[in-house]
Design a protein around this ligand. Structure first.
Ligand code: MN
Length: 202
């Protein structure tokens, strides 16, 4: 029997991203919101399994949609925790494979950051900014994701993602999403992003 999805632990303490992301937000975000996506993904897959057993696919459209939403929510949050780190450990690259690819595909690291920030600030409603590796063209692209799963380029591998759902910032930043986006760059784990880039382009 296939194992259920599990909520991964944060790779640091709840208060490790202070003052840029506060402890209370991290607790709610990880323990409640991310946990709900894990539960929702497992529930949708279990119901699809029941549907197969009964040969009753009346709900297959709704269940497929739920699986895509909750499954993408789980994947995106798991990645989000990994690509952040305490500000003292966050070091933007000045050389290396990721730096070179960002310069090639966006003009420069600063041009990439500007593009990514603007994409994050402009997400309509709840969603994400995404830096992804697109394997067909072997290039990096910046996308927006509405909810967790919409507007992707199929097959692209997310490397660096920023959650701009209100639950990610509202306790500390209220309606000022732009301030949250600008502050968030202080806690990017660039070494982890480079690692994911190297794995994606193999
Ligand atoms: Mn979230």
């Amino acid at each position: 029997m296939t194992e259920e999805y599990k909520l991964p632990d944060l790779p640091y303490a709840y208060n490790a991203l202070e003052p840029y992301i506060d402890e209370a937000t991290m607790k709610l975000h990880h323990d409640k919101h991310h946990a709900a996506y894990v539960a929702g993904f497992n529930a949708a897959l279990a119901k699809l399994s029941e549907a197969r057993a009964k040969g009753d696919f009346a709900s297959v459209q709704a269940l497929s949609k739920a699986a895509a939403f909750h499954g993408s929510g789980h994947v995106m949050h798991s990645l989000f925790w990994e690509i952040m780190c305490p500000a003292a450990k966050s070091k933007a690259p000045s050389s290396g494979a990721l730096y070179d690819a960002l310069a090639r595909d966006f003009g420069s690291l600063d041009a990439f950051k500007k593009h990514f920030s603007e994409a994050a600030k402009a997400v309509e409603g709840s969603g994400w900014a995404v830096l992804a590796y697109e394997p067909t063209g072997k290039r990096l692209i910046v996308l927006q994701a509405e909810n967790h799963q919409k507007l992707t380029v199929q097959g692209s591998v997310p490397l660096l993602v920023l959650d701009v759902w209100e639950h990610a910032y509202y306790l500390k930043y209220q309606n000022k999403r732009a301030d949250y986006v600008d502050a968030w760059w202080n806690v990017v784990n660039w070494a982890e992003v480079e690692k994911k880039f190297l794995a994606a382009k193999k």
